[in-house]
Ligand binder design. Structure first.
Ligand SMILES: [Zn+2]
Length: 436
């Protein structure tokens, strides 16, 4: 057996090389830039991985997080990929080397070379476009072992979420992967250990909460193209539900540090979006929120819809919106945020005193500036009769009357109004008289 030299050309192959490195001793493997040199037979590495992580607790192929990728193979069928790629006349589509024997490109080679929305069935993968050498195929086989994952199970329904950091080359990916492994643990359902109260089971929340945990641990985040994948595994068929990637680490780090500086607690903020549904814990809203945050999309309208759904106050809401804005999400001017918070809380207070929660729906449903102002003036007249004063600051009216700003400002005002109302309501149920 000679020395195997592998050159990685995509993130899936990077994962394969990281996994090989994981099961090799220091003297057996060397990684430089995009190259991995292996001094032991591929079979040796595979056997070690199999003994440690590839099988179920009953020693059957395959462990649940490996299964979606390898289930079309029996173990002995993989043997053909353990041979060394010999020089020849055929060009491998992946590493570009001239080799004797080529395999048809398949799911194992790189299951994510096709975007999820282009195919519904995992095995509808278009094979035959490319040819691949045994070495590159081996990288593909090993790749699932380097992924971070969490699982959610409902009956026979299994959804597995995967995360993998892709650095600018293999050498850097190894560094980032080692850093991420700090939150590692070994279990059949997940290899990520988090201190959050509600464990994530969907891909975006898994990535976001993992990065937050890593930030708390090391005070920084590594730049990488973070891949998030979710596979729905139903025994015979597997479907890719999510296949996405982010390189927003720098902005996330800013969000985390700003949140910290304002005294906010992000875990606590996220927990507000986990709800109980028919006795089950649902993280669906937190997942949607996480996706928006990772993409740094505008959040005002989303939060405006959410807060009515949640029906309870969101802790550190203001701190979050401010930190998020600072980190470049949403593009709300700081002074507008302050005005809307002040006005929104005033509205929330009077609506609570008057016990007219319905007015907040009316406010939310305003279609235009005139409509919004009409509702507000109707409210102030109505409440004045009952001795609760609603006085809108000049500066607020100026913001609302600006066609470019009014919608964002309206959403923010409603968010803070509802949150104030819910805080008061919560305080009252806690039996201290409804004082905010
Ligand atoms: Zn190759």
């Amino acid at each position: 057996m000679g020395i195997t030299k592998l050159r990685v050309t995509n993130f899936w192959q990077q994962a394969g090389a990281i996994a090989i490195n994981k099961y090799a001793n220091q003297a057996e493997v060397q990684i430089t830039k995009n190259e991995l040199i292996l001094n032991v037979p591929k079979k040796t590495i595979f056997e070690r991985a199999k003994a440690k992580d590839m099988l179920t607790i009953n020693q059957k192929p395959w462990a649940s997080h490996i299964r979606p990728f390898l289930k079309q193979y029996r173990i002995e069928q993989l043997e053909k990929f353990f041979a060394d790629a010999e020089p020849g006349k055929n060009v491998c589509s992946y590493c570009g080397r001239q080799v004797k024997k080529l395999e048809v490109d398949s799911l194992v080679s790189n299951p994510f070379s096709v975007k999820a929305n282009n195919f519904t069935n995992f095995y509808g993968f278009g094979s035959g476009f490319k040819s691949i050498c045994e070495d590159c195929q081996f990288l593909g086989i090993m790749a699932p072992l380097a992924l971070f994952f969490t699982t959610s199970i409902t009956g026979r329904d299994r959804r597995i979420s995967y995360v993998f950091p892709e650095g600018k080359d293999l050498e850097e990916t190894l560094l980032i992967h080692n850093w991420m492994s700090k939150v590692g643990q070994k279990s059949a359902l997940s290899n990520v250990k988090l201190s959050t109260k509600y464990y994530p089971s969907s891909p975006y929340e898994t990535l976001l909460l993992t990065l937050y945990e890593l930030y708390k641990d090391s005070g920084k985040l590594f730049e990488a193209n973070y891949h998030v994948i979710q596979i729905h595994d139903q025994g015979n068929t597997s479907t890719v539900l999510v296949n996405d990637a982010f390189n927003s680490a720098q902005r996330l780090q800013l969000l985390f540090s700003e949140m910290e500086a304002l005294g906010g607690d992000l875990s606590n903020f996220f927990n507000a979006f986990v709800i109980k549904e028919n006795g089950n814990i649902s993280t669906e809203l937190r997942e949607k929120l996480s996706k928006n945050i990772l993409k740094f999309l505008q959040l005002e309208e989303f939060l405006e819809m959410m807060i009515f759904k949640l029906g309870r106050p969101i802790k550190y809401l203001y701190e979050f919106i401010r930190a998020y804005t600072k980190a470049g999400g949403g593009k709300v001017k700081e002074e507008i945020l302050e005005i809307c918070k002040k006005t929104g809380e005033q509205i929330g207070n009077v609506v609570f005193e008057a016990e007219n929660f319905g007015d907040l729906y009316t406010l939310r449903n305003s279609k235009n500036i005139e409509n919004f102002l009409e509702t507000l003036s109707m409210m102030s007249v109505k409440y004045a009769n009952e001795k609760w004063t609603l006085k809108l600051p000049e500066e607020f009216l100026r913001v609302i009357n600006n066609p470019a700003e009014w919608k964002k400002a309206k959403s923010l005002t409603v968010i803070f109004a509802v949150n104030k109302y819910l805080q008061r309501q919560y305080a009252r149920t806690m039996n201290n008289g409804g004082e905010a």
